[in-house]
Design a protein around this ligand. Structure first.
Ligand SMILES: Nc1ncnc2c1ncn2[C@@H]1O[C@H](COP(=O)(O)OP(=O)(O)OP(=O)(O)O)[C@@H](O)[C@H]1O
Ligand SMILES: [Mg+2]
Length: 248
């Protein structure tokens, strides 16, 4: 499998010149499903926004299939690298209107059958097409948001806390959809989550962020079962302790 994205010596500062990302070098191989964990403020969302080119680094280079990001058309890059956020933002209009936003931008036509397939893929009824998108439930909106990104046929999917505001049932539904997508289409996935059970269950590989660095990366099972870095050990122990308290 080829190296799809390479990130080399990335530095990203805030407006005061303090480092948000402080020397990140990493590779993403085609077809990998990587879960990204780490304390709040460690730079996870900033990292995803660089990969999607919503922002540029202050130093360092990103490559997509060995081509520097700066030499690529931004829209084309965002078509290939889709992103879904914690709070799904529905545009005015119907679900159909929302799903057609990307294809319209790229002057691509989508057949009725393709629309239905997208809805099937995210387990929404086909009849939902004509409903007002903003009137849907949180879980339904998140599915539409995912389908809207999938309408661009992305090669890479960036997910930032996509289940954080969903109830456990909807959350599991989304997890299953993503896993199915990964299995069936081999989509490369980077999934940032605060839910460590989810990160452990879903990931093939896991990266741990702390203080703007990737402090540990490896096979998910190894990162969780045999963490090497103290930050990872503490972070995992803390999270599971809190969860135990919550479930008592
Ligand atoms: N647009 C911005 N302008 C200034 N500072 C920012 C901006 N976005 C993020 N930061 C800062 O960068 C640091 C990393 O933020 P980031 O959102 O990437 O962390 P995170 O790991 O995603 O956190 P969380 O788990 O809470 O979502 C934080 O200190 C944050 O305040
Ligand atoms: Mg974040």
């Amino acid at each position: 499998m080829q190296k799809l994205i390479a990130v080399e010596n990335i530095l990203k500062n805030n407006l005061h010149g303090q480092a948000i990302l402080n020397g990140i070098t990493a590779s993403i191989i085609e077809g990998e499903l990587i879960t990204i964990i780490g304390p709040s403020g460690s730079g996870k969302s900033t990292f995803l926004s660089l990969i999607n080119r919503m922002t540029d680094p202050d130093a360092g280079t990103l490559f997509y299939k060995a081509k520097p990001y700066l030499e690529m058309d931004v829209l084309q890059l965002r078509k290939k690298i889709g992103m879904v956020f914690q709070m799904p933002t529905m545009l005015p209009g119907t679900v159909r209107d929302n799903l057609l936003v990307g294809p319209k931008l790229f002057r691509e036509t989508v057949t009725e059958e393709e629309l239905d397939n997208l809805l099937d893929q995210v387990a929404l009824p086909r009849s939902i097409k004509e409903q007002e998108a903003r009137s849907l439930s949180g879980g339904q909106k998140q599915r539409v948001s995912l389908a809207r990104t999938l309408a661009n046929r992305p090669e890479v999917l960036l997910l930032d806390e996509v289940t954080a505001s969903l109830d456990p049932h909807s959350s599991e539904g989304i997890e299953e959809l993503i896993q199915e997508l990964h299995r069936q289409q081999g989509t490369t996935i980077l999934w940032v989550t605060h839910n460590l059970k989810q990160a452990k269950k879903i990931g093939q590989y896991t990266w741990v962020f702390a203080d703007g660095k990737i402090v540990e990366q490896g096979k998910t099972i190894e990162v969780f079962e045999r963490p090497l870095h103290n930050v990872t050990k503490d972070f995992i122990a803390d999270a599971f302790d809190k969860e135990e308290v919550l479930t008592l």
